[in-house]
Design a protein around this ligand. Sequence first.
Ligand code: ZN
Length: 451
Amino acid sequence: MPANIPLHFVDETQIKQEYVNQSVWLEMSGFVGQPGTHCLIPSADGELARVLVGKPAKFDTWTLAELARSLPAQKYELADEFSAEIATKLCLGWVLGQYRFTRYKQTDADALPELAFPDCADQRYITIAAESTYLVRDLINTPALDMGPEQLAEAAQKLAEEHGASCRVTLGEALLAENYPMIYAVGRASAQSPSQAPRLIDIRWGEADAAQVTLVGKGVCFDTGGLNMKSSAGMKLMKKDMGGAAQVLGLAKMIMQMSLPVRLRVLVSAVENSISGNALRPLDVLTSRQGTTVEIGNTDAEGRLVLADALTEASSESPELLIDCATLTGAARIAVGTEIAALFCNDDATAQALLQAGKQQDDPLWQLPLHQPYRSMLDSNIADLNNIPNTSYGGAITAALFLREFVGRQRPWIHIDFMAYNTRRLPGRPEGGDAMGMRALFAMLQARFAR
Ligand SMILES: [Zn+2]
């Protein structure tokens, strides 16, 4: 068996000192050790002998991610020694960089290079984090035609079965009987196909005496905007509006596979915000599970409605930690762009722990304030709340404040408003659906709850 081809990290000084024999080749290749570049070095008989990789100022998860796609399909190993932490990051980035969504491609995908992971790398964590990220990406990338509420529930059921968790689904009219009126109202117009009826997915896992962690996900499998219909451009990516659901399922997978000692509950509101004769209308008033009445200022602000009923149920058990993830507002993207998850939290220490974990995991979040004076923007003339303020200023904040009305006295509560989609290709992050903040959340949970 031929030996693995070594990958050497080099900077400009090392190139000059250690690669004198290759100086002509390196010069002709234009390789000077710049981070993000690499150079293939042939042996005397013309085989690929080694790869020089520009040494970054700081090694992170994405350092090797691009090479995982672009190197010739051979077997490689790291020539340099790394700490367990860095080796784990480098290998995880490698695997994340090799993701491809091939479900609808008839042609076979090209072979990819392989990397022998160093012994010190945490193979178990790498596999679990990568599989969970792949799950999130697959769920989001699958078009709404094949990822409606029914298929999302099937994916949740499959995940639960794989880990010995229970999964209960409250479907269609049963949502009314069990008092989830806003989930029903948002999803009831997807009547074309009965199997796409709205539903609440409820997964439970773990030991009864462990600390409870509850995850809530927005699973709007397609968002037309409802009668307040979106523009063509605004609607195009809306298969991703179940990204919050995908992310909490991915996080649940990490928690269960890593056997985190918690009692886990996952609630996903799975609906399609569709247009039909029975669609929710502007200025209709709904009574929520909590009893609060909500005037519908805009049918496109539906995510907060389906989350509200699930958050009411989640907080009724007073879990030790409540986390919701949602592709909730365009305003959050205006504030921090598509590549940073916006964080809201009613507990400063928890927020700090999560922000720190995000830095540690190269999985960035940025905290926005639950600025109470803006709460009055959600006042309605005829109901307890309006689902949308009259102004678009601070839209991510007012959406978070809307959710807080349904969280009650629950503390800590984390709300993540994120894109769930890479609008451009980055190392390790192909264009398309993605988890954002999931590895940070897991690291924070691990630090908080692991024995
Ligand atoms: Zn919407």
